[in-house]
Design a protein around this ligand. Sequence first.
Ligand SMILES: [Zn+2]
Length: 104
Amino acid sequence: MQSKEEIIKEMQEITKQMVIDDIEENPDSENEGFDCDCCGQYKMLAGSVGYGEYRLCNDCVLLAEISFKLGKIKNIKELIDANEDNRLEGMCEFLKQEELKENN
Ligand SMILES: [Zn+2]
């Protein structure tokens, strides 16, 4: 059983690698952008992932995968709904705190 910290660290590595792989495969993806369905921001195409009808930026993919692993959400729709309710802000805050702990 992995600890929360290990899960977050592992997912950070994986999503970082996804950006590198995408750029290697398609160098244009570094300069191309799209509107993320989760955070609503204009983000780099590299490292983004399509979940069914939604496309999430690399930051949101990290958030989504950690949330899945920790059992906080069952599907992407939940994460997107949470974002609409600004509950995501709380989740981001939680992750930031985890990162701070890790750096200390
Ligand atoms: Zn996003």
